[in-house]
Design a protein around this ligand. Structure first.
Ligand SMILES: Nc1ncnc2c1ncn2[C@@H]1O[C@H](COP(=O)(O)OP(=O)(O)OP(=O)(O)O)[C@@H](O)[C@H]1O
Ligand SMILES: [Mg+2]
Length: 347
């Protein structure tokens, strides 16, 4: 199984990150105190933005990937991505790529301070669309992920899905709030082949609150059905520590739960889930195995610090204890309980 899942004859993944960021993790020695002077522990900076994270996770598994992003060639993010060996297609922009700060406290509490990002004017959006279409031609998957910079039309992802269709590449979208709602409002011609909401994003779409949605399996299913009714072929719904649900165009539904892991940072876990799903798809895996890889990749990422992405060996070691199976139509609640002993560090 592992051997098959690590074979990537299946083609190129292209990611667009319209609003990239340098993700700077500031390690606090104690609880964050407003107004105080804080002596930080070792800090680190990694190139980020959801599309960049997905690309890093695909590349870490040996997959072929191209990252499309707006950034000037002398921007620090470009140097950082080159150091990671990620093939890039950049579109020059005037401003510097934003920095997002994660303030981490010893008890695991993380405070995120995200800059808004550099606005993209219409010519820059057109250049990004061209770069994306060029990279997408002959690719297996295109991933549109993350927020849109200030001033971007909220329906830009919908427009991009329509522009990308003639390339024949399948299209995955992971976004939230207005760009997500606009994508789904734009109709079936703009619907992606794969949508990766988390519970909060599905609640935004369903117009309900997250707690109500996750407490009611029937409401959860109805919300997923709503996505299919809007033309979304496949839905990978991630549910944090509860794992994920995969709902296919053929009406099959699977759930998978990760083992209990020692969580270090869930930043980027969802991006690694999406990457795991795509890599398994490229290796020809059936739906339940794609879901297992998605959940294992997300959980492995959550066990690593910052927005670090797991190696295939780390994903394998978690995948062995992921409990995955069909969600029976009669069964109201997501199934299986975790099998690993509480607190076991599986990495
Ligand atoms: N506490 C946890 N323990 C084990 N696995 C986790 C935990 N949190 C997340 N995961 C794994 O990561 C996957 C994605 O998590 P989640 O649903 O939180 O994504 P997300 O909200 O899209 O994250 P982000 O957008 O920050 O990358 C889950 O399906 C699960 O496999
Ligand atoms: Mg997410």
């Amino acid at each position: 199984m592992s051997r098959v899942l690590h074979h990537h004859g299946g083609g190129r993944v292209v990611t667009l990150t319209a609003n990239p960021s340098l993700d700077r993790t500031l390690v606090l020695p104690g609880a964050l105190e407003r107004g105080a002077v804080v002596r930080l522990g070792a800090s680190s900076t990694e190139p980020g933005g959801k599309g960049v994270n997905v690309a890093r996770a695909v590349a870490a598994a040996g997959g072929e990937v191209v990252t499309v992003l707006p950034a000037s060639l002398d921007d620090p993010i470009v140097a950082a991505l080159h150091r990671l060996g990620l093939p890039l297609a950049t579109v020059d922009v005037a401003g510097a790529v934003r920095t997002n700060y994660s303030l981490t406290e010893p008890d695991g509490t993380t405070t995120k301070l995200n800059e808004p990002g550099t606005p993209l004017d219409a010519p820059t959006r057109a250049a990004l669309t061209d770069a994306l279409l060029r990279a997408a031609t002959g690719a297996a998957w295109v991933v549109l992920a993350g927020s849109l910079p200030p001033g971007t039309p909220v329906d830009w992802y919908a427009e991009l899905v329509r522009a990308l269709r003639p390339t024949g590449a399948r299209i995955a979208v992971d976004t939230s709030e207005a760009p997500l709602l606009a994508l789904l409002a734009a109709g079936p011609a703009s619907a992606p082949d794969l949508l990766k909401p988390n519970a909060e994003e599905l609640a935004q779409v369903a117009g309900t609150d997250e707690a109500a949605l996750t407490a009611d399996p029937l409401a959860l299913r109805a919300a997923v059905d709503g996505l299919h009714a809007g033309g979304v072929a496949e839905v990978l719904l991630t549910l944090g520590a509860d794992g994920a649900l995969l709902s296919t165009a053929a009406g099959e539904r699977y759930t998978a739960r990760p083992p209990r892991i020692a969580v270090r940072s869930t930043v980027g876990a969802g991006d690694c889930s999406l990457a795991g799903h795509l890599l398994a798809d490229l290796a020809g895996a059936p739906p339940v195995e794609r879901l297992r890889r998605a959940v294992a990749s997300g959980a492995a990422a959550a066990g690593l610090p910052g927005s670090a992405v797991p190696t295939p060996a780390q994903v394998d070691s978690v995948a062995a204890s992921v409990v995955a199976g069909p969600l029976s139509p009669a069964e109201p609640a997501p199934s299986a309980a975790p099998v690993a002993p509480a607190g076991r560090d599986v990495l």
